[in-house]
Design a protein around this ligand. Sequence first.
Ligand code: HEM
Length: 180
Amino acid sequence: MLKGVIFNAVEEALIGVYGEDTWDIIVENSGVSGAYTALGDYEEADAGALVAAAAALLGESVDDTWRLVGRHLLPQLTKRLTNITAQFSSAEELLRAVNDIIHSEVELLYPDSVPPMFEFSETDNGLLVRYVSARGLSALVEGLIMGCGDLYSEEIEMEQVDGSSPTDAQFIVKFLSVPS
Ligand code: HEM
């Protein structure tokens, strides 16, 4: 299951990019209800169906659509925890706080939620980010990380490490500051 708040943010993200009319078609084509309350729990498959319908409608791959959703989802999520996210001043700070600060707060707000697990370690090539979740949304993670960069106008380069799988993925992330 996945919290309704995520579905709400996915809806806002897709409406922001493609508009209300396209969202309505995506909901219709995916065969899901399209009505989600923030505190409710909904099938992960419904999120997959929405993203697959959006991909088919727009002629994109499913993974690219997850990436796009993630990138636009991140600012929608931070809006829901402004008191927490205001304390960070860079993409890396925000990203590295995802387990211990952000999703810990999420678990207080939504006691039955099950956020994914992230691990971080420094390497000579950049920050190694490991994502572990039975939900297997590694393309969403890629988009969310790019969204962290957008939030602070930082350019981010990332590549998936060989041997990654959707449920246990590793990325090397480089944070390249953009001159202001
Ligand atoms: C900044 C504010 C954020 C909020 C309010 C937030 C909130 C949430 C919530 C409510 C869930 C659903 C958990 C459930 O239904 O059991 C979730 C899932 C998720 N979050 Fe966050 N999150 C935030 C930031 C991030 C960041 C920075 C990342 C990583 C880059 C991230 C990665 C994910 C992923 C990948 C999932 C999908 C579930 C899974 O893969 O198992 N989140 N988040």
